[in-house]
Ligand binder design. Structure first.
Ligand SMILES: Nc1ncnc2c1ncn2[C@@H]1O[C@H](COP(=O)(O)OP(=O)(O)O)[C@@H](O)[C@H]1O
Ligand SMILES: [Mg+2]
Length: 386
């Protein structure tokens, strides 16, 4: 039942309205003046108000204004004197939904009330719709969050799967190498062939190094903590790493050389990380010479260090590893930093550049690549130091 508050200072009119509106099915509240009306309004919260304008004390316009401030969704219909258009307009300007003129005619009043009721119903519907919309948005948000969580889980599972299969493949290769080495050592021993024993032993050692490299790269790749910086001499790390590759480079006729900046003294960098980055870059450079099809070349790998002072007086260490090996095609360049991307099946695992990039980024540095297919590659690491 719709609650309506009727306000009029003339008692007979009030009674008459109460009667006719009750018979139309309204729940009717009455007030003889503005003050009383506002009290009832606050207590009973009717959705419809029908008020006379001309009343002693608080007049109808004032009642309308105050009611609208209390609840702007209430429908207020004002009763004006016949021909009093100015008051009617003023009422409409203050948010009245309609006006009816005296003498009141039931059918006009009922049409106006029906219209007001329809407006109320529409407002209610709109509110329901808005509430529902908010609920729907919440549901969508929840769904999206669940989908996102699922995606992260699937992505993690996919990445674990990818990691396991990449590793399994690579480890199988190492095992084959180890098995081959052991077989040669064994045959060399039984057949008393020292050359075979030595060759087998070298194979064995090489594959043990591959396992250790793999473990170091994986640990570095998975590491979440900040680099453990300390005072390091890069000009000492470079020859240390070069020594590891001396034999392999010799076997493949690759000349290794260094060009170290004597002004580069101690720097605040992580020794392990930088060593890992250099191992990866130098091994890639030697591989690039081994994989080069141009056998007329004199292959060379050069590691350079430089310390530069910028315009802002900040210092940057430049480490470049240059080779004149096979270089990279554009297709290869586009995939370099993808996990397990390698063009060296059986020899590479595709973590080296990723690990190097990670180390450089952890130092707030940059990694730059310059490569021409068939001519060679230069990888530069730029590290800002204080
Ligand atoms: N100096 C280089 N010259 C030519 N290609 C390179 C060089 N360095 C990296 N690459 C290419 O990038 C790929 C990824 O390198 P990396 O991440 O170190 O993995 P991996 O050496 O195990 O293949 C290599 O397989 C190779 O194709
Ligand atoms: Mg590599």
């Amino acid at each position: 039942m719709t609650k309506i508050l009727v306000i009029d200072d003339e008692r007979p009119i009030l009674e008459m309205l109460k009667l006719s509106l009750s018979s139309e099915g309204y729940d009717v509240l009455t007030a003889e003046n503005g003050e009383k009306a506002l009290e009832i309004f606050k207590e009973q919260c009717p959705q419809l108000v029908l008020t006379d304008i001309k009343m002693p004390g608080i007049d109808g316009i004032e009642v309308l204004k105050r009611i609208k401030t209390l609840n702007k969704e209430v429908e207020v219909i004002v009763i004006t004197g016949h021909g009093d258009m100015d008051t009617a307009i003023a009422a409409l300007q203050h948010g009245a939904s309609d006006f009816v003129t005296k003498p009141l005619r039931d059918e006009v009043l009922m049409v106006s009330l029906e219209r007001a009721k329809k407006k109320l119903a529409m407002c209610e519907q709109l509110k329901d719709y808005t509430d529902n919309l908010e609920k729907k948005v919440e549901e969508c948000k929840l769904g999206l969050r669940q989908a996102q969580d699922e995606l992260v889980k699937t992505e993690r599972l996919a990445s674990i799967g990818e990691t396991v299969s990449g590793l399994a493949h690579y480890i199988k290769n190492i095992m084959t190498g180890l098995g081959g080495g052991i077989y040669m050592v064994h045959t060399g021993m039984t057949k008393e062939k020292p050359d075979m024993m030595e060759e087998g032993w070298a194979m064995f050692q090489h594959n043990i190094e591959r396992v250790s490299d793999l473990v170091l790269d994986l640990l570095r790749y998975a590491k979440q903590t900040a680099p453990q910086r300390g005072s390091c001499r890069l000009n000492e790390i470079v020859p240390e790493v070069m020594r590891i590759f001396k034999e392999e480079a010799g076997v493949h006729k690759v000349k290794l050389s260094m060009d170290l900046d004597p002004d580069l003294k101690e720097a605040d960098i992580e020794y392990d990380g930088m060593r890992r980055a250099l191992v990866n870059l130098i091994s890639n450079a030697i591989d690039a010479c081994i994989y080069d099809v141009d056998l007329s070349k004199k292959w060379e790998v050069v590691v350079k260090t430089r310390i530069r002072t910028g315009a802002d007086h900040g210092k940057t260490i430049h480490i470049t590893v240059t080779d004149n090996g096979c270089g990279m095609t554009d297709e290869v360049k586009g995939q370099l930093f993808q996990r397990f991307f390698t063009t060296k099946p059986g020899r590479g695992i595709g973590l080296g550049l990723l690990v190097t990039q990670k180390v450089v980024y952890e130092h707030g540095g940059e990694i730059l690549l310059d490569s021409i297919a068939g001519q060679g590659t230069t990888v530069s690491l730029l590290l800002s130091v204080t």
